[in-house]
Design a protein around this ligand. Structure first.
Ligand code: ATP
Length: 300
């Protein structure tokens, strides 16, 4: 892709982005564009280059080649301006355990030079208004994660990067966090996250990119990726409680279904559309949760 005029709607524009660490190729020339207010998911095995991408986009690592732009600003040349536009939530970030949630946020309000009462509004927005008076050491994992997100919003970022935001959270906390992220996106904040969780990517992300060994091997809305690799089949449950699997493209199967329908025998029809995990395997060659996905010597 040539360096075209920056699309006003694009929050992120990455072109030919490459990063090498000595002999290790972390990113091998990736292209992607993320629209403003989109929830965008980057999926890939350990070592695929997800963190490197985020580090470059937030001005923390310099690329070896290519460009990364945030709202038209270059992540290298306009690094300071980019850093003011974005924020990030990483797993290894620390909270002040002996301070309350509110005090934690007020520290960051001072740091960014924003009015201290913003802390209360942020606590409210992540449903920690009450808990904000308690010390962080009493918080659950889900509450800590919400507080980290609130903290990342102190500078009102236009793009928020999150590395594995729901890792270690129970289903209820995960759902709360998804709602929170979707709400932020609806208000115009672009959400760029990494995840290992295919179901999360499916329900949460507007579009996803599959990253494999430093390359973007697919990028689309989850439904399109699933359709491309799903099986065009359906499971039909009849009133006799017998189940049949039919091929949607098969004329004989279509006739059978018509006959069952005509005689009122059909109780339920379930599409056997593919999963995002199926699509990932098709593009990346091995599952995301493959036991060997963390080891470098797992090639073949
Ligand atoms: P994970 O899911 O494990 O976090 P990732 O997709 O975020 O993986 P990166 O952390 O971006 O992957 O790493 C991509 C590759 O670059 C890996 O092979 C990693 O070992 C290598 N790498 C990353 N940072 C450095 C560094 N500072 N020095 C040397 N190699 C590095």
């Amino acid at each position: 892709m040539e360096a075209s005029a920056v699309d006003e709607a694009d929050a992120i524009e990455v072109t030919g982005l490459a990063k090498r660490y000595g002999a290790v190729v972390a990113l091998d020339g990736i292209n992607l564009a993320v629209r403003s207010g989109e929830v965008f998911g980057l999926l890939g095995h350990n070592g695929a280059g997800k963190t490197t991408t985020i580090r470059i986009l937030t001005g923390r690592t310099r690329p070896t080649a290519g460009t990364a732009r945030v709202h038209g600003l270059d992540a290298v040349a306009d690094r300071e301006a980019v850093r003011r536009l974005v924020n990030l939530v990483f797993e290894d970030q620390n909270l002040y355990e002996r301070l309350t949630g509110r005090e934690n946020l007020r520290v960051f309000c001072r740091l960014y030079g924003v009015p201290l009462d913003r802390a209360d509004a942020l606590l409210e927005s992540v449903d920690l208004a009450e808990a904000g008076r308690r010390k962080v050491k009493t918080y659950s994992t889900g509450m800590r994660q919400r507080l980290l997100i609130a903290r990342s919003l102190v500078n009102q970022p236009r793009v928020l990067f999150l590395d594995e935001p729901t890792r270690g959270l129970d289903p209820v906390s995960t759902r709360t966090l998804h709602d929170l992220l979707r709400g932020l996106a609806a208000d115009g904040t672009t959400i760029f996250l990494t995840t290992h969780d295919m179901l999360e990517a499916d329900v949460l992300c507007d579009r996803v990119a599959f990253l494999s060994e430093g390359r973007v091997v697919a990028l689309d809305v989850p439904r399109e990726l699933k359709l491309r690799f799903g099986e065009r089949r359906a499971r039909v449950l009849l009133s006799s409680r017998v189940e049949h699997v039919i091929a949607l493209d098969d004329a004989d199967d279509a006739a059978r279904l018509e006959a069952w329908m005509g005689s009122g025998q059909v109780l339920a029809v379930h599409s056997l559309e593919g999963t995002l995990a199926d699509a990932f395997v098709a593009f990346a060659g091995r599952p995301l949760d493959h036991p060997g996905s963390g080891s470098d010597g797992d090639g073949a």
